[in-house]
Design a protein around this ligand. Structure first.
Ligand code: GDP
Length: 444
């Protein structure tokens, strides 16, 4: 399994926190050592590991307790968020030229899967509705040109070739002209790789780049090379200037070091990943999905996220003050009801919110439906009406207007208003403040 060793290394970190109440400087020391070891064993670059571990422990110690969330779950969430950040946060889309063909220049060492990527990329672009043309620029290996032609036929994309006697920069110029003539959307230029970085290769790439003025310069790197991939991306970026990397062979037993180091070390994002030998096996690099796969704890993550959302401290405090002062209005009502609805769908996911009891799917659907109805009515209220529900209690004209504008009945509006005042009273009682909250009768 992809990154399996990293995953189990991290698991041992969480397991050390079982039975703890909160995260402390003391009790995270051992899990942090596990995390550090797991990353180093995955061949993540050492400075990256150091920064990562520091960032995670800083957050772990400072994190507040979220009701219902255990410390090990909290640490999973922190590590996840840092992993996502480490890999660049958002997905890095390919850039397309505003006019004329988009030119993608591919570079990379020999054997990393560059030729295969050319065809995979054309296939990928086809699914995006873009036509492409491959240009065979690897003039040192005649077999590479043949291979590109065969792969081009396989994905039904034209391949421009000019044999092995033409300079790559000249082939590039001709290929680009041909693509313009044929109104092709994307030109994908294959270039020669060497076994190692050498000056000849770099000079040639610079020349090809100058001729093509490419939209994207992507370095193809083999994920199996671990943190070495990050060093390669850095070197190519300094030498020729690249816009991103394509990581191949993620389906093999790569340990994760490349995926985790490239962005942080080189400053350039991984844009696409190859995960197999078939033409379909190329996809965008999604940092969040990758982190999710590494941790293998999708449900814990969504649980913690939802709990955080619901428990937003300020909201809660704000609400509490409002309740204490009997100022609980329709804005708060909406917030509260939405929070409860979210809690509802959360219990559906995990059935583990303390004190919520068992909620059936039917109940949740019902609650969500009535939330929609309430939202519709509150939406058409004036800001004044939202803040002073008394206005609606006192005036049937107002209630009629709300009913009409929201497409509900006047009775539904009256119910909503009554419900708000009932809620005020219930909440005041809950808070132990007994005086005050009477439920006004609705005037006609
Ligand atoms: P180039 O020298 O960089 O052009 O490399 P090739 O495109 O010829 O690929 C070298 C070998 O790696 C071939 O056998 C490919 O089938 C294989 N390969 C390329 N990409 C992937 C990948 O994502 N996964 C796997 N498993 N093999 C790949």
């Amino acid at each position: 399994e992809m990154f399996g060793q990293l995953t189990s290394g991290l698991e041992s970190a969480w397991s050390k926190l079982k039975g703890e109440e909160v995260l402390t400087k003391e009790n995270i020391a051992e899990p942090m050592r596990d995390i550090r070891r797991a990353l180093l064993e995955a061949d993540v670059s050492l400075p990256v590991v150091r920064r990562f571990v520091q960032a995670v422990s800083d957050q772990a110690v400072g994190v507040g307790v979220i009701r219902g969330v255990k410390p090990d779950q909290q640490l999973v969430k922190i590590v996840n968020d840092e992993l996502v950040k480490l890999m660049g946060g958002e997905v890095s889309e390919l850039t397309f030229a505003k006019s004329g063909p988009t030119v993608i220049l591919l570079a990379g060492l020999q054997g990393v899967g560059k030729t295969t990527v050319c065809a995979k990329l054309a296939n990928y672009l086809k699914k995006l509705g873009k036509s492409s043309m491959l240009v065979a620029g690897d003039v040192y290996r005649p077999a590479a040109i043949d291979q590109l032609v065969i792969l081009g036929e396989q994905v039904k994309v034209p391949v421009y070739t000019a044999g092995t006697d033409t300079k790559p920069s000249e082939i590039a110029r001709q290929g680009l002209a041909e693509a313009k003539k044929k109104n092709i959307d994307v030109v994908i230029m294959d270039t020669a790789g060497r076994l190692q970085i050498d000056k000849g290769m770099m000079d040639e790439l610079k020349e090809v780049k100058r001729v093509l003025n490419p939209t994207e310069v992507l370095l193809v790197v083999d994920a199996m090379t671990g943190q070495e991939a990050a060093a390669l991306v850095t070197t190519f970026n300094v030498e020729i200037g690249i816009t991103g990397a394509i990581l191949t062979k993620l389906d093999g037993d790569s340990r994760g070091g490349a995926a985790l180091s490239v962005k942080e070390v080189s400053g350039r994002p991984i844009k696409l990943v190859g995960r197999g030998e078939r033409m379909e096996d190329l996809e965008p690099f999604y940092p969040d999905r990758m982190a999710g796969r590494i941790l293998g704890m999708g449900d814990v993550l969504s649980f913690v996220e939802k709990a955080q959302e619901v428990m937003k401290q300020e909201d809660a405090e704000d609400l509490q003050k409002k309740i204490m002062s009997a100022k609980f209005d329709f804005n708060d009502f909406l917030k509260q009801t939405r929070a409860v609805a979210r809690m509802g769908s959360m219990t559906r996911v995990l059935g583990m919110i303390p004190g919520m009891g068992k909620v059936t799917p039917a109940q949740i659907r019902e609650a969500e439906k009535s939330l929609k109805i309430m939202e519709a009515m509150i939406e058409v209220m004036t800001p004044e009406e939202r803040e002073k529900p008394e206005l609606l209690a006192e005036s049937s004209t107002r209630r009629k207007r709300v009913a009409q504008e929201s497409g509900k009945t006047e009775q539904q509006v009256s119910q909503l208003v009554a419900q708000l005042f009932q809620m005020r009273v219930r909440m005041k009682n809950l808070m132990g403040v007994m005086e005050g909250g009477s439920i006004p009768a609705l005037n006609n």
